[in-house]
Design a protein around this ligand. Structure first.
Ligand code: DGL
Length: 268
């Protein structure tokens, strides 16, 4: 059981930020990553559609014999985590709670900003969780839909990135928050530019927090793989592997070897 892989899924390539942090913290673990590249973006779709897609992704990975499922996509985590937990007989970790916990530890003023896709912000997943833990905290959230294509085009800094950041984050910057949750898989790649703009404001990267949560969970369940000798990383995508490989290698900073195209429809 300990040697079984960790399953991670995302709507596309963005969840590699989560994979990167998990493999940094848990280098002995094998990982199977699924990117639903044929149906990305999830962030502009209805909750019903995102739930349907998320169940298909989770079932695919479960059939591959994973020991734990990480829902790297903030949009999926926002609308389908409870359903996936109910449906799967293995532990399921999403990205919302780890991000919330980190933000609550960070804020001194009790004023937190949250940025994410339209679906994530509409679901109020972060706001609800924060308020459940501490109702006195003020939360200001804002969808930043252009950040995802910017990252996918590799525009991480410079004039265009700065203009888009200013357009989306001006109001939130002036609102007096001291902590900003990067509530989307892609946003950690814009961290440097966002940090420059949000001078003095602490950025919370859910990817790092999720890795810590995965480690704690595996330890608690006695499922940590102590022997990394046979560990592997396999990638599955639902559309052309070439584009994923190209962008993915920028995300990861290393070559993606084992990558296969699959159909989730056939898998049902
Ligand atoms: N993975 C999505 C998220 O973290 C961003 C991309 C998309 O919209 O599918 O919300």
């Amino acid at each position: 059981m300990k040697e079984k892989p960790i399953g991670i899924f995302d709507s596309g390539v963005g969840g590699l930020t989560v994979l990167k942090e998990i493999s940094k913290l848990l280098p002995n673990e094998s990982i199977i990553y699924l990117g639903d590249t044929a149906r990305v973006p999830y962030g502009i779709r209805s909750s019903e559609t995102v739930v349907k897609y998320s169940i298909e992704c989770a079932n695919f990975l479960h059939k591959k014999g994973i020991k734990i499922l990480v829902v790297a996509c903030n949009t999926s985590s926002s609308v389908s985590l409870d359903i996936l937990k109910e449906k799967l007989p293995i532990p399921v970790i999403g990205v919302i709670i780890p991000g919330v916990k980190a933000a609550l530890k960070t804020t001194k003023k009790g004023k937190i900003g949250v940025i994410g896709t339209e679906a994530t912000v509409r679901s109020q997943s972060y706001t609800k969780r924060i308020k459940e833990i501490n109702p006195a905290i003020e939360v200001i959230s804002k969808p930043c839909p252009l950040f995802v294509p910017l990252v996918e085009e590799g525009i991480l800094e410079g004039k265009i990135a700065e203009l888009v950041i200013d357009r989306y984050l001006k109001e939130i910057k002036e609102s007096g928050i001291d902590t900003l949750i990067l509530g989307c898989t892609h946003y950690p790649l814009l961290k440097k530019s966002i940090q420059q703009y949000m001078d003095g404001i602490k950025l919370v990267d859910s990817a790092e927090e999720v890795a810590i949560e995965v480690k704690e969970m595996l330890k608690e369940l006695n499922l940590l793989n102590e022997d990394g000798g046979k560990s592997f990383k396999t990638f599955y995508v639902t559309d052309d592997p070439e584009r994923f490989k190209k962008i993915g290698e920028i995300f990861l900073n290393y070559g993606i070897e084992k990558i296969f195209k699959v159909s989730l429809e056939e898998d049902k």
